[in-house]
Design a protein around this ligand. Sequence first.
Ligand code: GDP
Ligand code: MN
Length: 395
Amino acid sequence: MNIHEYQGKSILKSYGVVVPNGKAAFSVEEAVAAAKELGTKVCVVKAQIHAGGRGKAGGVKVAKSIEEVKAYATEILGKTLVTHQTGPAGKVVNRLLIEEGCDIKKEYYLSFVIDRNTARVVMMGSEEGGMDIEAVADTMPEKIIKEYIDPLVGLASFQAKRMAFKMNFAPTVIGQVEKLMGALYRAFMAKDCSLAEINPLVVTNDDKVIALDAKLNFDDSALYRHPDVAELRDESEEDPKEHDAAKEGFSYVTLDGNVACMVNGAGLAMATVDIIKHYGGEPANFLDVGGDSSVEKIAKAFKIMLSDDQVKGIFVNIFGGINKCDVIAGGVVEAAKLVGLTVPVVVRLEGTNVKEGREILRKADVPEVILAESMEKGAQKIIELVAKQNAKLIG
Ligand code: GDP
Ligand code: MN
């Protein structure tokens, strides 16, 4: 789960990370009031969305007067920000962070993340902060310094010092940097984070070390231990389809293509996405209906898939184990009638009672539902039908 920058900063502050004074604002009036309360000469107006790259997209503005705060807040609130992390559709800004400005001497990068290869938390740092760290990793990988942390020992003081020196901090600020690293690590561990990223971490002209941005991601499986964090969820930032799916108990993942995949089981989901790709198609998503193939569940799954305009066809690929194929087939046919399909559906069934299941599909009087004899044929068929649909749209 993600949270907003201002929420992240408030958590980090409670662990001793130095952050600028600031306040969240949901309206222009609140933004102006927050700036007056801060009372600083310079204020920064920052768009709060669950994506980075706001600076380059015009979502971070430095204001030198209350009038400017008002003008920037008016401009940014309600605006759709398109950054390299939002995708082309962008994200609407509903919240702002009004923060005291700071006089930056240099920007750095600092993060903690889980490294699966070593099964350890790794601290990463770079003196090339501020800009997009992926580009640094690509073009100057030697500029990214890493320290792997022993889970029993925790972040050792020599590691923090070594990292700080390698990042070329001035000796006068090393103490502050080390303290901040320790505080960030404690927050990361205590809150079961999967990522804690400060970009930029800055040194100011009066030699203060401050976290100017904060991105915290949390391990969903550990959220039950942190009701205070779970409370910070902002549903408006999440994909409404993924939301609806979670409510129904489906695992659902949005992808970029146009073939929706309804499956049961995570392994079959991966195999289905792979085979669509193998035959030149592009999956729009996969939805794992799990063990329940009642008409209601399948109808709900169809509805979620059809609510995505990108979807031009659905591939149902189900293995009937405990779920029997005839029950699944009946469910698909009834659900198709109930929902009123607008795109073709190719169904591949295998497993218990497969003969009966296929018979039901063959006899079904729903022209959009087509039976496939195998997974390969099914994948090829749905790709062909989607291509035809696209040709029709263009023609
Ligand atoms: P991101 O682009 O979404 O990662 O947003 P950031 O919070 O990292 O802000 C982007 C950039 O805005 C930073 O790299 C800074 O250069 C600049 N910025 C942010 N806060 C301040 C501030 O208080 N003073 C000044 N002068 N610049 C700031
Ligand atoms: Mn940033």
